[in-house]
Design a protein around this ligand. Structure first.
Ligand SMILES: Nc1ncnc2c1ncn2[C@@H]1O[C@H](COP(=O)(O)OP(=O)(O)OP(=O)(O)O)[C@@H](O)[C@H]1O
Length: 621
């Protein structure tokens, strides 16, 4: 019998360590939490105001109308009750009450219309407010320094901020309902207090436990969310990696499906376990608050009965009090429900705000200088770069000069710092020590957009954009009137035939996952990525392993294209295919982040150094 292998270990447990490593609620007092409401209300109003001022004004006017309508209804209920509960024939009593009843009906109609208009105003504000929050988040991430991705906790805090965007869908509604309930409660409470000063405090006591319960429940929910952020982030990532068609071959043919599903289930189980642990706490909170609220409510009704029986309030006032108690009770519970929701939303909005602040801090602040549009010389002076959390630099005191018209090849073993060096030369990362200058302009002081306006990069992990073939060449560049330049770029990498063979030519959607989409082969995608960089005609062209997936013809096409355009640009090619370095004027050899040799191919091939050793290894296969 085949031995039963033990199940693979579950994924490592991750904890969200954002917000200085502590749950901000862990130490917040109940009062501090309650005091958040005005600031959440103010923030909601500000965000809504920035979105649609007219809708906000409409909302405010309608809120006041709702409040006034409720007050009028209650006041005239008291007026109508006097004749209705008085003596005489029923018809006479009703006739006497009629004017008050008409006023009540009109006030009710106004309240309904105002409520409908409130929903309409909310409908105008919310979609744009949510889109605004969502776009701000995407923009903040896109604009942050690339190094942000290597910052510990950045992705987790981004995930937490996403929740803020989700919650922004209900924030205006919650705020509207909260304030409407507040207005209704104040008016009903006012009427009750007029009837007897004891009534309103008793009513408040009946609802306060429910309010405390709702806030405590929100706190537990948020704590659970907080504990789950790290795992949810990993689960979301794993979901994409496991289900995307891009990796489906690898997943299946390497027998990973079972393991990935095990991982997915283990992560989900861990998230559920935390969520379920919270359930009994929630139950206890709800039961305790309901019991306490119930006791106070019985007290309220008993007091009202006692006031009526002992003649301290007359029957009409007692009847109005019944209506006012019902109205206040409904308003108070609405106040509690929506107050708790706002408080809850406030927590997620605070996460969103703090992430946006972090992303803003990590946005490039390099200076206003304009990088030269046609850079002729790039100097790297004693530049070093160390990734966050690493204990040795990836690039270590490197000095180098690149000149227009020159093709420079960068070679070296895996992890020797080649790609990191290209990131320093293009200004994606700034050197920790030393500097990189373009025609004398230090990249640390130049506006990065002006730098990246002059670069073309084919990274090792190039994107396969789920867009049309045309956009896969032109993305990031202004559109030309005709497709001539697009075809020129495709010709240089030998992709014309492959694109013409697609059902829609340049219009073909290159996303097999989507309806009508087509897929290219790995090498064809790589050729397309090269054509994208060449199409830009950049003064600095960097290709990181540009031909690793190409057939020999594709490789030849790309090398020829490099030679043909070399005179007008600085060209840097990172490669492990040492024979390809013959195209270069100069080869730079890197080891442990340093340049150990440089020179032309023939010199290095016979120099007895690392290059000669690697070349010999490549020939001895
Ligand atoms: N985003 C990153 N975060 C942290 N460390 C990184 C990151 N990228 C690279 N490194 C580390 O920096 C060092 C140099 O990596 P780099 O990618 O520059 O090497 P390379 O020479 O291009 O390697 P390869 O030939 O495998 O492409 C490696 O030790 C690597 O682990």
């Amino acid at each position: 019998m085949a031995p039963v292998s033990p199940p693979p270990p579950p994924p490592a447990e991750l904890r969200f360590e954002g917000n200085p490593g502590k749950n901000p609620l862990g130490e917040a007092s109940f009062r501090q939490m309650g005091s958040r409401l005005p600031s959440v209300l103010a923030r909601t109003t500000r965000m809504a105001w920035e979105t649609d001022r007219r809708a906000v004004l409409l909302l405010l006017v309608c809120q006041l109308l709702v409040g006034a309508g409720s007050a009028v209804q209650l006041a005239f209920t008291a007026t109508a009750m006097q004749p209705v509960l008085g003596n005489g024939p029923a018809a006479d009593r009703l006739r006497a009450a009629l004017p008050a009843l008409v006023v009540i009906a009109v006030a009710a109609a106004v309240t309904r219309v105002a409520t409908a208009l409130c929903s309409y105003a909310d409908g105008r504000i919310t979609p744009r407010l949510t889109t605004g929050a969502d776009t701000a988040l995407v923009e903040a991430v896109c604009r942050a320094e690339a190094v942000a991705y290597a910052e510990p906790g950045f992705a987790d805090r981004q995930e937490a901020a996403e929740m803020g965007v989700t919650r922004s869908r209900t924030m205006v509604q919650d705020a509207t309902r909260f304030t409407a309930a507040l207005v209704r409660m104040v008016t009903a409470g006012g009427v009750l207090s007029v009837l007897h000063p004891l009534m309103f405090p008793l009513l408040v006591l009946a609802v306060v436990p429910a309010g405390a319960g709702a806030v405590l429940s929100a706190r537990v929910t948020y704590e659970t969310h907080y504990a789950n952020v790290g795992d949810r982030n990993v689960r979301q990532m794993m979901r994409w990696w496991s289900t995307t068609p891009k990796y489906s071959d690898e997943v299946r043919a390497n027998g990973m499906t079972g393991y990935l599903l095990h991982w997915y289930r283990a992560l989900s189980a861990r998230i559920d376990r935390r969520t379920l642990t919270a359930a009994p706490r929630m139950l206890r909170i709800v039961l305790a608050s309901s019991a306490l609220g119930g006791v106070f409510l019985v007290g309220t009704w008993a007091t009202l009965a006692w006031l009526a029986v002992t003649g301290r309030v007359d029957l009409a006032a007692a009847a109005t009090a019944v209506v006012a108690v019902q109205t206040s009770l409904a308003a108070l519970s609405q106040l509690v429900i929506h107050g708790a929701a706002m408080f809850h939303t406030g927590l997620y909005l605070a996460d969103m705000r703090s992430f946006l602040d972090l992303a803003h801090e990590l946005a490039p602040k390099r200076g206003e200088l304009t990088a030269p549009a046609q850079v002729a010389e790039i100097r790297v002076d004693e530049a070093s770069y160390q990734y966050p959390g690493k204990d040795s630099p990836a690039v270590d005191h490197v000095s180098l000069t690149l000149r227009r018209g020159e093709i420079v090849a960068v070679v070296g073993e895996n992890g020797s710092g080649k790609s990191t060096l290209t990131r320093l030369i293009t200004g994606i990362y700034l050197a920790d020590k030393g500097r990189v200058t373009w025609d004398g302009v230090d990249l640390a002081t130049a506006d990065p957009d002006t730098v990246w306006g002059s670069t073309g990069l084919v990274p090792q992990n190039f994107a396969q954009w789920p867009l049309r073939a045309r956009e896969n060449v032109t993305l990031g560049q202004p559109r030309t009137v005709d497709d001539g330049p697009v075809w020129d770029a495709l010709d240089t990498v030998g992709m014309r035939d492959a694109i013409e063979a697609l059902p829609g030519g340049l219009d073909t959607l290159l996303a097999r996952e989507l309806w009508g989409g087509c897929e290219l082969s790995g090498g064809q995608w790589q050729r397309l990525a090269c054509s994208r960089a060449l199409y830009r005609r950049p003064p600095l062209l960097i290709l990181d392993e540009p031909t690793s997936q190409m057939d020999v013809r594709g490789e030849r096409d790309v090398l020829d294209a490099l030679k043909a355009t070399a005179a007008d640009q600085i060209t840097v090619v990172v490669t492990h295919q040492l024979e390809n370095t013959k195209v270069a004027d100069r080869i730079i050899v890197m080891r442990h982040g340093r340049i150990t040799e440089q020179g032309p191919y023939e010199e290095l091939a016979h120099g007895g150094g690392l290059f000669a050793e690697l070349l010999a290894l490549s020939k001895d296969r």
